[in-house]
Design a protein around this ligand. Structure first.
Ligand code: ZN
Ligand code: ZN
Length: 263
């Protein structure tokens, strides 16, 4: 749920969306939460051309990861092409395009998906590894989350970024997540709850910041971005968690709106 109150302005109240800019000049987007609205508005200022195709990789299709798409202006540009993709083994057979169509049915939104304008390709790649034409590699691992969710390791040359949101570990840390995050230059990990809150939220599909730190340490990740803030956590609450977190892992920080990280 996006939040707009003043006490959320420091970390930001948008739902999940990340822009990846590769050294080879290509860009890609992770998740299409409400953050994608501003990202789309910023396309001209950022000189994002790449008209042939831009991948939008989704961790899964829960509402907070797709709800920004109807407000993503570049998808109304007939010159553009986007590939909306989920990677990884064991995917449900539900048609990805129909999920996007449904959230834009007239009952919910005035413009239907097929009238947006850009060419949209929907792509479910049911394999653990995908290599894009540009040479970027994606390794995908399915998470424990209601309805399933995928974590991605994205590799360009020797640099790797690992995106693990909407993941619940259970009694012990999920070894698959640690393996995906091994020696990552940057690990972006779900940290929706504090350890105390997690006790009340078992089965909700998320992690505590303490678990994210354990994953980062076990995996020997260089940096850790704590992600997917709870809509009830204001700036003061998150700052307090961040201070505690940095005592255990100095290269950790809670993700902030429009934060740019070079790896
Ligand atoms: Zn989810
Ligand atoms: Zn989510």
């Amino acid at each position: 749920m996006p939040v707009s109150e003043r006490e959320f302005s420091r970390f930001g109240g948008n739902t999940a969306c990340i822009l990846l800019s590769f050294r080879n000049g290509r860009v890609a987007i992770l998740d299409a939460g409400t953050g994608i609205r501003k990202l789309g508005n910023d396309f001209p200022a950022r000189n994002i051309e790449q008209y042939d195709n831009i991948f939008i990789g989704l961790s899964h299709t829960h509402w907070d990861h797709i709800q920004g798409f109807p407000f993503f202006k570049p998808a109304y540009d007939p010159k553009r092409h986007f590939t909306i993709a989920i990677f990884g083994k064991g995917q449900p057979s539900v048609d990805l395009e129909s999920i996007f169509e449904t959230q834009m049915l007239q009952e919910y939104f005035p413009v239907p998906l097929d009238k947006m304008g850009a060419t949209l390709t929907f792509f479910r790649h049911d394999q653990a590894c995908y290599i894009a034409q540009s040479g970027i590699r994606v390794i995908a691992s399915r998470h424990n989350h209601p309805g399933g969710s995928y974590g991605y390791r994205i590799i360009e040359g020797k640099t790797s970024l690992v995106y693990c949101t909407d993941v619940e570990h259970g009694e012990s840390i999920d070894a698959r997540v640690v393996s995906l995050a091994r020696n990552a230059d940057l690990l972006i990990h779900d940290a929706q709850y504090s350890g105390d809150e997690l006790k009340e939220k078992r089965g909700w599909g998320h992690s505590s910041w303490e678990q994210a730190v354990v994953v980062a340490r076990q995996a020997n990740a260089k940096r850790l971005a704590l992600f997917h803030h709870d809509p009830e956590h204001n700036d003061a609450f998150i700052l307090n968690m961040e201070r505690e977190c940095q005592k255990r892992f100095s290269e950790a920080f809670f993700a902030r709106e429009e934060m740019e990280i070079e790896i």
